[in-house]
Ligand binder design. Structure first.
Ligand SMILES: [Ca+2]
Ligand SMILES: [Ca+2]
Length: 72
């Protein structure tokens, strides 16, 4: 596992407040607030949907890593 992926895994774990192994919408919204991103409810929803590529309503670690690898 690359160092970059390890960092992302740690960010994911920090974001996963209830430690269930997925990021729910509420956890994603508070992550964005913590990052200081000024996002409206709509923008948050769009961002969440974009990362949730299999559309199961939660962001898995794979989806999180894939999105940050492609976009950051
Ligand atoms: Ca969670
Ligand atoms: Ca998903």
């Amino acid at each position: 596992m690359s160092e970059r992926t390890e960092e992302l895994r740690e960010s994911f774990a920090a974001c996963d407040e209830n430690q269930d192994g997925n990021i729910q919408y509420g956890e994603f919204a508070s992550l964005m607030r913590n990052l200081g991103a000024e996002m409206s409810e709509d923008e948050c929803t769009i961002g969440f949907t974009e990362i949730d590529t299999d559309k199961d309503g939660v962001i898995s670690l794979d989806e999180f890593v894939a999105w940050f690898t492609d976009n950051v």
